[in-house]
Ligand binder design. Structure first.
Ligand code: NAD
Ligand code: DAU
Length: 355
């Protein structure tokens, strides 16, 4: 594909993986990344792409109308994929303001800038244009153990400031399709893991804390359930929806792979025990520590991704076992990246949040 794609939030975890994967699939591709480089955005995650033909990085804010409009006018993208967001539930509990600003106001600004740009395109370019909004399963709320997984028709019942802000953004995206005809697509995905995952999130936090000899903090009793998807499978799903999704539709993306947090942490410890044993010969599982629960902690997420399989033929390639193996290897081999994205502000977050 030679047409230009604008990727917002492309210096974050999923966005950077998406851009790397895009160039793997489309070596002649043309991607412009717009990212505000918040604490979660790092150019180191795009390091291998800097200077490559077809790749351009722009430091800017999705809530800045002048900036977004100028980028659209200059680069004339055929698609916009929006990963830019505040993404960490715990941070949204400490301070929800940034979540409203970026996830709600920022998405609104992107939609308005895209609408104005799109309305000025030729009829054929209008028909081909796509605005793909990357969202989360957390908008659907929490499930009990025996509830069916979330389908696209499940009511929105967000419980945290983060999920409420994402739900609001999804509603805006939907409205811009119904009211203005902007060709939007929305994906609602479960928990991702893999390379370039910022270590405030459970899986990378546990890997790095284990290696550093620190406690492995498990909220409550560790029985909360998440559905885990290796990040490159999510990227493939987004590419598929971009290529063949029906404008105005939403698509759930998931790994059919539910695990309790305790299972996840034990799996990581077992892989680390095998690949990088502790000097004293004991298991990393000895470092597990149960800590105060997250307020309003959703008990269970599970995704019914059958629409995406049935209509667009997507299914995940990695199992949890293969994905975790790759992830643990990646962190062991990329301590330089870890050092670049941690330190000062990250240590302050750990100290403040985990006391
Ligand atoms: P992340 O926090 O790792 O990255 C977010 C990126 O957005 C960062 O590079 C950050 O600098 C950038 N950003 C933040 N505010 C911005 C702004 N105002 N303007 C421009 N850039 C800004 O997040 P992630 O885990 O990669 O998630 C990406 C998207 O996918 C989010 O919308 C998130 O809600 C969604 N999602 C994440 C997961 C997951 O498990 N991580 C699962 C489903 C959906
Ligand atoms: O479901 C998709 C969502 O997954 C995305 O929309 C979010 O952006 C992403 O951050 C993730 O949200 P979670 O809250 O599920 O991810 P997190 O890694 O923060 O937590 C995963 C589970 O582990 C959750 O039940 C809380 C628990 N946990 C988390 C941390 C950071 C712990 O037990 N201890 C911890 O220290």
């Amino acid at each position: 594909m030679n047409s230009v794609m604008l990727v917002t939030g492309g210096a974050g975890f999923i966005g950077s993986n998406f851009v790397h994967e895009w160039f793997r699939q489309h070596p002649e591709g043309h991607v412009v990344v717009l990212d505000a480089l918040t604490y979660a955005g790092h150019r180191e995650s795009l390091a291998g792409l800097e200077g490559r033909p077809g790749f351009q990085f722009i430091h800017g804010d999705i809530a800045d109308m002048a900036c977004v409009s100028a980028i659209l006018a200059e680069h004339q993208p055929a698609a916009l994929v929006n990963f830019a967001a505040e993404s960490h539930v715990d941070r949204s509990i400490h301070g929800p303001g940034d979540f409203i600003r970026t996830n709600v106001n920022g998405t609104f600004t992107l939609l308005e800038a895209a609408r104005s740009y799109w309305q000025g395109l030729s009829a054929s370019a209008q028909a081909a244009f796509r605005f793909l909004h990357v969202s989360t399963d957390e908008v659907y709320g929490s499930l009990s153990a025996d509830d069916a997984p979330f389908a696209e028709t499940h009511p929105y019942q967000p419980n945290s400031p983060y999920s409420a802000s994402k739900a609001a953004s999804d509603h805006l995206v939907r409205a811009w399709f119904h009211t203005y005809g902007l060709p939007v697509l929305t994906t609602n995905c479960s928990n991702n893991y893999g390379p370039f995952h910022y270590p405030e999130k459970l899986i990378p936090l546990v890997i790095l804390n284990a290696l550093a000899g620190r406690p492995l903090p498990i909220y409550g009793n560790g029985s909360n359930v998440r559905d885990w998807l290796f990040v490159t499978d999510h990227c493939a799903a987004i590419r598929r929806v971009l290529a063949a999704g029906v404008p105005g539709e939403t698509y759930n993306v998931g790994g059919w792979n539910e695990k309790t947090n305790l299972e996840v942490v034990h799996t990581i410890c077992a892989r680390l025990d095998a690949l990088h044993p502790r000097e004293d010969g004991k298991s990393y599982a000895e470092q597990i520590q149960f800590v105060t629960d997250r307020p309003g902690h959703d008990q269970r997420y599970a995704i019914d991704a059958s629409k995406l399989a049935r209509e667009l033929g997507w299914k995940p390639e990695e199992t949890f076992e293969t994905g975790i193996e790759k992830t643990v290897h990646w962190y062991l081999e990329h301590q330089d990246w870890v050092r670049a994205v941690t330190g000062g502000a990250f240590d302050a977050w750990l100290k403040n949040h985990y006391k």
